[in-house]
Design a protein around this ligand. Structure first.
Ligand code: PXL
Length: 278
């Protein structure tokens, strides 16, 4: 059985980070171990959230794992809350990720703005960390902060997307995936570049009339699970886009759905079916 480790926070309520990575990666048939970086009462889009930092636990956890001789088939990082956690993530890659797929989701911004607590300097450090990954999957806002370039808000061209992807690979990763890309009305998806193959890939689904928090985490978890299970790059892109869209669709079907995250739970049976396709 494949076994990965993911490093991100526990937002106790909020349907993001570990509370989506664990169920999604597990249902895909991959053992998912965790490095919880912090515990928050909710994600940071709520007011007055509590925050307890777990950074000091991480080194003892890794030391114990080395003593036990644990190995992982891949590493995936999500929301990381401090410069120290960025440097610990790099250490995690060196100690447990040699020759294995490493996905960094550089969670820090959306809709043209950094999330609370993040700075331009943090984005520059995150950009350096991205050089140690195989694959990164920013949205367009995160890409603009990583590259220190203007945000491509709308009316961007395919050429601009391709140029951005090549610049993202210039940070040092093999492949970059831009999520939340729309090049024609009514279609939303992901556009990727694999620098080793010098090839672009894309997949789109119908745009649904709402934006929710946590969909980036759902996308990244699904993409990584599919990759670890041996799906091709194109198929993993497709499954991640379809599952994220299906989760949003199910959310919108519920008249009293919550506003902070999507109903991915009831889409999990669809994810299992998608994983059984060729
Ligand atoms: O969904 C990304 C995310 C993860 N973790 C925390 C967050 C956010 C987005 O705001 O606040 C704590």
């Amino acid at each position: 059985m494949k076994h990965i480790v993911t490093m991100q926070d526990v937002s106790c309520v909020g349907k993001c980070s570990l509370t989506v990575a664990l169920p999604i990666i597990s249902v895909m048939g991959v053992e998912c171990s965790v490095i919880p970086t912090s515990v928050l009462s909710t994600h940071t889009m709520f007011k007055n959230f509590t925050f307890h930092d777990l950074t000091s636990e991480i080194e003892p956890i890794m030391k114990h794992w080395e003593k036990e001789g644990f190995h992982f088939d891949g590493i995936y990082t999500g929301y990381l809350g401090s410069f120290e956690q960025l440097s610990i993530a790099q250490d995690l890659f060196e100690r447990f990720g040699k020759g294995k797929p490493i996905l960094i989701d550089p969670v820090m911004a959306d809709n043209g703005h950094l999330y609370p607590g993040f700075t331009q300097e943090f984005a520059q450090s995150m950009a350096r960390l991205c050089g140690h990954a195989d694959m990164i999957c920013p949205n367009l806002t995160e890409a603009s902060f990583l590259l220190q370039e203007p945000y491509l808000e709308k009316d961007y061209t395919e050429q601009q997307i391709q140029d951005t992807l090549k610049k993202l690979c210039g940070l040092g990763c093999r492949a970059a995936i831009l999520t939340g890309i729309s090049l024609e009305p009514g279609k939303l998806g992901a556009y990727a570049y694999d620098s080793r193959e010098d090839a672009f890939y894309q997949h789109y689904e119908d745009t649904l009339p709402a934006k929710f928090h946590g969909t980036g985490d759902i996308w990244a978890s699904t993409f990584f699970g599919a990759t670890i299970m041996g799906k091709s790059f194109t198929k993993a892109l497709e499954i991640a886009c379809r599952f994220t869209t299906e989760s949003i669709r199910l959310t919108l079907e519920e008249p009293d759905h919550n506003i902070y995250g999507v109903n991915f739970e009831q889409a999990l049976p669809d994810l299992i079916r998608m994983m059984q396709e060729d």
